[in-house]
Each structure stands twice: as structure tokens, then as C-alpha cells.
Write a protein that binds this ligand. Sequence first.
Ligand code: KG4
Ligand code: ZN
Length: 342
Amino acid sequence: MNIKNRQTDDELILAIETSCDETAAAVVRGGTEILSNVIASQIESHKRFGGVVPELASRHHTESITWIVEEALKEAELTLVDIDAVAVTHGPGLVGALLVGVNAAKAIAFAHGLPLLPVHHISGHIQAARLEREWQYPALALVVSGGHTELVLMEEEGRYQVIGETRDDAAGEAYDKVARSLQLPYPGGPHIDQLAKTGTANIAFPIAWLEAGSYDFSFSGLKSAVINTLHNTRQRGESLAPEDVAASFQKSVVEVLTTKTKRAAEAYQVKQVVLAGGVAANQGLRNAMEAAFQGTDMELTIPPLSLCTDNAAMIGAAAHIQWKQNQRAGWDLNGTADLALT
Ligand code: KG4
Ligand code: ZN
């Protein structure tokens, strides 16, 4: 079959993202210009279970994917005839959720003779920065989301080297679990962030620095310390101000993330630092990162909130690299729950 192959740098990509609990589609031109970015969040459905229920996520994706894609094209004022390629997140994530997006993308690409571009979800989070400004290499990204906490070094475009990662819980996961123990709704990250603004960090929670020189992270000890402190206080018939617990927990998370990112940025002499992933929406983390890099010759890029949490525009931005490097997926593309970044 004939596959469209327009040789251009301002290609129009239809991007699809369904790796977790957002059904999302976007149209991105040349990896930098968002023509549309549509998201159907399932948070309301998962909230009553206190976390994402994989089966429910797959079912919602199946119900929403068609109209979300139609909406993305409509908002961009385009039809599939105008599109040059279809990009899709093929991992990591919930496999049943990924499969909905992958199959929708394959069907659209096959039916319209379009190339299929396979995108790694974390590459998407990192490349959201491309929608803000041009990259300067070497660059370093701190990716903090519900499933990931990684320091990723990029010496050139599209080449990712994971130099540090969490050994247990992801930062977002720790936020969500601590929020749950404070009886805050799911997802708890934004609620802790809000509470922390009014509290005082007057409780000394631990920070896992790990062995000297390591860029890895660990949040399970901190999470357990918060949960145990709350439990012990309740057992004594006492109480702690939730806003102080939130502020103290956030201080520990932000301090280790910011310090290790700065250390790595200096060690690898990077020109640009990017904060990416859902937890990058955290105001405390944004402020601390801005303070850490102010006055240095390293440029800090933090995408706007809407591009930090899961969306499809970031997938379209990342797919531009595959487009340029002529990397295409076959019709046998599958969803891979534990897809590696490098
Ligand atoms: O990147 P994302 O949308 O989905 C994943 O790929 O995981 O990240 C979701 C995570 C959740 O754990 C959520 O609680 C956290 O990002 N999050 C926040 C904030 N906004 C979202 N965590 C802390 N502060 C926030 N403002
Ligand atoms: Zn994500």
C-alpha cells in the first residue's frame, strides 16, 4: 500500500495518548505549534475507588477515543486528508489503556495511508518543553509523574540517558498516598500542593539522600514516616494540622528533587534544564527550581500546567523527532506496559 510521505519539517501530526486515565488527542505542526489539544479526564470515575482502576480506564478510553479524535481535528479545522502522520503512546502505562490508543492510531493510519509514529510516554513529557522553546544541548530533564521519577540526560536530540531514577515509589505516587492518609480526594498531589501553601513545614520528615554521588531517589521511607506520624498522633488522641503535614512532606520531596537536579546539571554541564510530568505542576517545586537555577547560565524550562499533566500535544511534539529521523512503526505495533526509555 502507498503511505503518504511528505518531506517537510512543518508536518501535521495527529497524536493520541491513552496510557493512563486521560483520553487525549491533539494536532501539532512541526513539533512546536499546537493546533488543538483535547482531553477527556476520567478522574471523576476513578475518584470513588481512590486510584485508577485499569479495567474502568480501558472502557472509558474505548467510549471516548472516537469523539476525542474527531474533536481534535475539528478544533484544528482540519480533516484526515491534511494530516501527515499519526503518533501514539505505545508505553509505558496500563496495557489495556495503551491498546485502545494504539489500535485507534493503527486503524486511522492504515485506513488513510499515513505513517505511524510510536512515542514513549516519558519522551512525550520531556518534549512538552519543545512547545515552549527550542532545546539547547546538553540538556537535563527531571521527569516527575504518578508513575515516574527520573533524571534524564540528553546530549543530542532524541537520545535519552537515564542517570537517576526512583528505587521505589514515584514522587506523584508518594503525593497521592500521603494525600489519601490525610483523607484528601484522588489524585492527591494538587490538594497537598494547595494545603502546603497555608501550612508551616514544622515536622522533620526524613529525606533519602542515598549514597554519595547517586542521582537516584527513594520516597517510600518518607511516605511511611508521614503515615506513621499521622497514625501515632491519632492513637494518642492528638491531631496535627493537615496543612503543616502537607508543607513538611512537600519540603522533603522538593528539597531532594531540586538538590539532585542541580547537582546533576552542574556535573554534566548542561545548558538547559526541563521540569516535566504531572508533579511539575506543583507550585512548591516550580518555585524551588526557579530559585535554584536563577543566576546560573543554565536555562530552566517549565511547561505550562496544562502541558505538564498527561496530554496528547506532548506526544505530537515528541513524535516530531521520529518524523525527522524517519522512524516508523509497523502495523504490528503493540502496547508495552514497561517500555524502556533508552
Ligand atoms: O504525568 P501525570 O499526569 O500522569 C502520569 O503519567 O503519571 O501525573 C499525575 C501525577 C499524580 O500523581 C498527581 O497527584 C500528580 O501528578 N500531580 C501533582 C500536582 N498535580 C498533579 N503532584 C503534586 N502537586 C501538584 N500540583
Ligand atoms: Zn504522564
